[in-house]
Design a protein around this ligand. Structure first.
Ligand SMILES: Cc1ncc(COP(=O)(O)O)c(C=O)c1O
Length: 438
């Protein structure tokens, strides 16, 4: 058997071999961008601007949502969604302890207070039972994240939300095209946010976001929020009257045109992703201690991120701490050419911003009158901690529809490394010794 690359052997995936770049940019995408350049209509307010409205209509149709409003990015979209719903300063918003920081920061931008909820360690999504325990008389909304592209337990979460009169915001930044009981994410709560960041399953050439909703009042409120609180009527002269506090968070026409072009290929790309990732996971399933992500039978996965957990006891041959095995596996697999990365190093409440509470100054919004002291302590989220300790993720490369051969090489690398678990265990012990010496 060949030596591991970390011991000086040849890597399974030589540098540059079979690499793919996401997003795929085709001549049609370039033509779409040039169409806007040639039209001279660069803002969505321009008379006859087609691209933003076209994208909004096409995404609403895809999601089966009555309305879609495009804005400048997903983080802003979440804050505007909270504002559109009427979530006020000091209101509590439930947020899963495992997500991208934007899910926790958006409530703060609206001066609301994030209250964190532990996750289900199998789905990595908000645990409905833990959610129930965090509800107080001040809770106004739950911001549910379909993390990595797997829809959360929406029936349970929406039932609890209904019983307590809470709004449901779907953070669908990672879940384009994923379904729950046959329905698209983005159509399951009061309002939903899809990021179009260039790294996402449906990308733009930069930053952008799409917000979906069924309510005409919410749609109108979002349109006004993105444009200084003004009413913009296509084909009519602008009045410049701000009816309430709004922002300037309009989408960009060039980026809308690019995403429309991407959207025409999205279903085909998504089908290939499902095929490629399913084959990859099936080939890893028998390796000792590898825990592949599950997809409950009532939903489909967008596979924005693939998270693998590693069970140190099952992997043997040594009784290693989960984080040591993870780190040794990461180093060993990366040297074979598998770009495994960590996604979130601490639960969101343990992020510095929640320790320093540096925000608008004077401890605001946590120091608003009537806002009780929040405890932000990572140890209060044992399932999130366990998942962060023992898992690694595959990001971005597998989004490319032609990533199959590269994923096959990754499988070979996993098998090679798992045939040398004694070397991995030795490396883990040396990492431990170094940590103890520090
Ligand atoms: C779960 C989640 N929510 C929100 C966002 C924010 O989206 P954007 O990057 O468009 O601001 C992201 C982006 O990575 C995300 O992954």
């Amino acid at each position: 058997m060949q030596k591991l690359a970390i011991q000086g052997g040849p890597p399974v995936v030589p540098r540059g071999e079979g690499q793919v770049v996401w997003p795929v940019v085709t001549p049609e995408d370039r033509e779409a961008v040039m169409r806007v350049m040639d039209s001279g209509k660069f803002t969505y307010l321009a008379q006859g601007e087609q691209e933003v409205q076209g994208l909004e209509q096409e995404w609403a149709d895809f999601v089966h949502s009555r309305y879609c409003v495009a804005v400048s990015n997903g983080t802003v979209a979440l804050a505007l969604a909270l504002s559109a719903l009427g979530v006020c300063p000091g209101d509590e918003v439930l947020v899963p302890a495992l997500s991208f920081i934007a899910s926790a920061i958006a409530p703060l931008h609206q001066c609301a207070i994030p209250v964190f909820v532990d996750i289900d360690p199998h789905t990595f999504n908000m645990d409905p039972q833990c959610m129930r325990e965090k509800i107080t008389p001040r809770t106004r909304a739950v911001l549910v994240v379909h993390l990595h592209g797997l829809p959360a337990d929406m029936d349970e979460i929406c039932a609890i939300a209904r019983a307590h009169d809470l709004f449901v915001i779907e953070d669908a930044a990672q879940s384009h095209g994923a379904t729950y009981k046959g329905r698209q994410t983005g159509s399951l709560g009061d309002i939903a946010v899809f990021s179009l960041n260039v790294s996402k399953n449906l990308p733009t050439c930069g930053e952008g976001a799409l917000v979906t909703m069924q309510s005409p009042q919410l749609a109108e409120r979002m349109r006004m929020l993105r444009q200084y609180g003004e009413v913009i009527t296509p084909g009519q002269e602008r009045t410049y009257i701000s009816h309430f506090l709004g922002w300037n968070q309009k989408p960009n026409c060039i980026q809308a045109a690019f995403t429309r072009s991407q959207l025409s290929r999205f279903p085909a790309y998504q089908a290939r992703r499902v095929e490629n990732v399913s084959r990859f996971l099936a080939a890893l399933a028998d390796l000792p201690g590898v825990i592949c992500p599950l997809t409950p039978a009532d939903r489909t996965h967008a596979w924005h991120i693939v998270r693998l957990r590693f069970d140190a006891r099952a992997a043997g041959p040594d009784d290693l701490a989960p984080d040591l095995l993870r780190e040794a596996l990461q180093r060993t697999l990366r040297s074979e050419g598998v770009p495994l990365a960590r996604y979130q190093r601490v639960p969101l409440p343990a992020q510095q911003v929640f320790q320093t509470r540096e925000g608008f100054g004077r401890g605001y919004p946590w120091t608003l009158p009537g806002v009780p002291e929040q405890r932000y302590c990572g140890e209060d989220y044992p399932q999130t901690l366990a998942v962060i300790a023992d898992s690694l993720t595959l990001q971005r490369v597998h989004l490319h529809p032609a990533s199959g051969p590269l994923l096959d090489l990754y499988v070979q690398a996993f098998h090679k490394v798992f045939a040398h678990l004694d070397v991995v265990a030795r490396l883990a012990r040396s990492i431990q010794r170094r940590r103890e010496d520090q």
